[in-house]
Each structure stands twice: as structure tokens, then as C-alpha cells.
Ligand binder design. Structure first.
Ligand SMILES: [Zn+2]
Length: 327
């Protein structure tokens, strides 16, 4: 009865509304058919799944179009970041839900920087320059990756926390430590450890090469058995700069690689560039690069996730400490 009434289109609205809703959800709702098989021919689960995935797509689309909240997602597209790897911290890292929420809020641009408070929240703030360096406007990205006050220690600490993950993994895999577990308290790391088959350098200045611009890579792994040297460089820049940081690192270490190739003529020398954005953003190349190192090949994904967690916790610490600053 309802259907017939609605088809007459005299004051009928239920079917019209249903059709509108179905259109939005990419479902076919065909009034002309005898039965509403267009929907009912699918199982309820299928219909629900389709509705859900369409709603998710629409939700994301709406979100991405927002100038503040969508910025991070637009950066992800520009910088070719991997959705799966960039949000890996939500799946497996064991971060507390408050931390996950805080990071997601930061990704959405919702953080009480002075610029945010003044431009978005409309608060009266006389001086929007950074509370730490008093130089540049205090934006989230400035605090996370561009503040000269934090460059010397806070960024280095975050950088080294992530780098230690791979360093201790290499030590374990090459027989220096019995377990792959990181020491509880970060201790001073030896600039060189060696055994019969391997040398691992940490932040070691290769002065033998004379005056070259960049002679202190993060980690150098010399595998004497296979005669391969891996020069490993890591960086945790702002998500906006992931691609340029990768290129910069490659360019910067060319000279060192050439010198090494000359000095270790019987070795092959490979550069491994690892980049994780300050809010966890990651390109697929992170896994590809990790997999260049045989000791990391099978656990590349786990290492990437642990490094990402270290970066995120480092950023969190920087932001929390910054919050306690008084104008
Ligand atoms: Zn600053």
C-alpha cells in the first residue's frame, strides 16, 4: 500500500527520501522494479559494508576538504605517504589511547600553538612568536621541526631514540648483544663496536677522508663477511619535507660514499636513507630502504613501527614540554 501510494507521488516522500539516501550511499534503489531486489538481493552484511565504506569515503572527503583539519591528509598526498604505514601506530605500537588521540588531533591541526589560539580560536594574543625561540610565529610545525631552540637537544633526542631501535637491532643480529632489547635507560653509545665479521659505527666522524662536508653518518655497518658497507642516515622532519629531506640526505652523503668506495675498494658501499615524519608520516620507501639491510629484511615492518613510535613519543614530549612554557 505504501509503495503504491508513494508511486502515485501524491504527497509521497518515503521512497523519495529512500532514493536520495540510496544515491548518496551508491546503492541502487529502483522503484520501477517489482520488488526492491536491487537492495535486497545483496545480503544484509554486504549492504552494511557498502554503506559503511561509502560513508567512510564521504567522511574522509569532507575532512580532507577542510583547510585546517584536512591539511595533513593533503600533505600525505603531496609527499606520497603510505596510509597503511603512516597510521601503523594506531594498530600495533601499544601507545595509550590518549596519546593516539593527541597525535591525531595534531595531525588535524588542533594544537594550542599561539598561532592556532590567535587565528582559529580568536584569542587576543599580542605576540604570536614562538615561546621558546621568540623568532618565528609559533605554529605546530615550527615547534615540531623548525625551532632553533629545540634543534640542539630535543630534536636530537627524538632522532636518536628512533635510531637506537635499528642500532640495537643490528647489534643483536650481528652478535654483539644476546637480546635485541634496548637498554632501559639510554646510555652513551660506543662510537665503534667490532667483532670478526662486523663493525658498527655510531655517529662516527670519518676523518680519514679529509675535508668533506658530511663525514658523520648516523650509523655505518660494515659487514666484513659479505664485504658490504651500509651507510645509514635517519631523519624525522616535518611531514611537509619528507621528500626533500630524502633527497637532501642522498645528495649530502655522495661525497662520503665516493671516498668510502675508494678506500674500501673491495667492498660495495650502499646508502640507506630512513625518514619518518614528526607525526608518524611514512613513505613506502622506508620499508624498501630497511630491507636493503639483510639483518632488517624479515622484520622491516616491525622496525619501522618501533621507530615510528619513538618519533611520535619524542614529538609528544616536545609538545608537552613546550606547553608548560609561559609567554
Ligand atoms: Zn621556536
Amino acid at each position: 500500500m505504501v509503495r503504491d501510494h508513494e508511486k502515485e507521488e501524491i504527497g509521497g516522500f518515503i521512497f523519495k527520501e529512500a532514493k536520495k539516501a540510496a544515491n548518496k550511499l551508491n546503492l541502487i534503489f529502483d522503484l520501477q522494479r517489482q520488488h526492491l531486489e536491487s537492495i535486497t538481493e545483496h545480503s544484509a552484511t554486504q549492504v552494511v559494508n557498502r554503506i559503511r565504506s561509502t560513508q567512510n569515503r564521504r567522511f574522509l572527503q569532507n575532512h580532507v576538504e577542510k583547510p585546517v583539519h584536512g591539511a595533513f591528509y593533503n600533505i600525505m598526498t603531496q609527499q606520497q605517504l603510505s596510509e597503511r604505514l603512516s597510521f601503523a601506530f594506531l594498530r600495533s605500537s601499544g601507545l595509550r589511547s590518549e596519546t593516539e588521540g593527541f597525535i591525531l588531533a595534531c595531525q588535524d591541526g588542533v594544537y594550542g600553538s599561539l598561532v592556532y589560539r590567535s587565528r582559529i580560536m580568536g584569542q587576543q594574543i599580542e605576540d604570536i612568536r614562538c615561546r621558546a625561540c621568540h623568532q618565528a610565529p609559533e605554529t605546530l610545525w615550527h615547534i615540531l621541526s623548525a625551532c632553533p631552540t629545540y634543534a640542539a637537544s630535543a630534536y636530537t633526542q627524538r632522532h636518536n631514540a628512533a635510531l637506537r631501535v635499528i642500532y640495537y637491532h643490528l647489534r643483536h643480529m650481528h652478535g654483539f648483544d644476546e637480546t635485541p632489547v634496548l637498554p632501559q635507560t639510554p646510555k652513551e653509545i660506543e662510537s665503534l663496536v667490532e667483532n670478526e665479521t662486523t663493525k658498527i659505527y655510531w655517529n662516527y666522524p670519518f676523518q680519514a677522508f679529509g675535508q668533506i662536508r658530511a663525514n658523520r653518518p648516523d650509523i655505518v655497518l660494515q659487514d666484513i663477511a659479505t664485504k658490504i658497507i651500509y651507510v645509514i642516515e635517519f631523519s624525522a622532519p616535518s611531514e611537509k619535507n619528507i621528500i626533500s629531506k630524502e633527497e637532501e640526505k642522498r645528495e649530502k652523503y655522495q661525497e662520503l660514499l665516493e671516498q668510502m668506495r675508494r678506500m674500501y675498494a673491495d667492498h660495495s658501499v650502499r646508502l640507506v636513507v630512513l625518514v619518518i615524519g614528526s607525526l608518524g608520516g611514512v613513505k613506502d620507501t622506508l620499508l624498501q630502504q630497511l630491507k636493503l639491510i639483510p639483518a632488517c629484511y624479515n622484520v622491516a615492518e616491525r622496525l619501522a613501527a618501533s621507530m615510528q613510535k619513538a618519533v611520535i613519543l619524542g614529538s609528544l614530549k616536545i609538545l608537552r614540554a613546550h606547553d608548560t612554557r609561559i609567554q
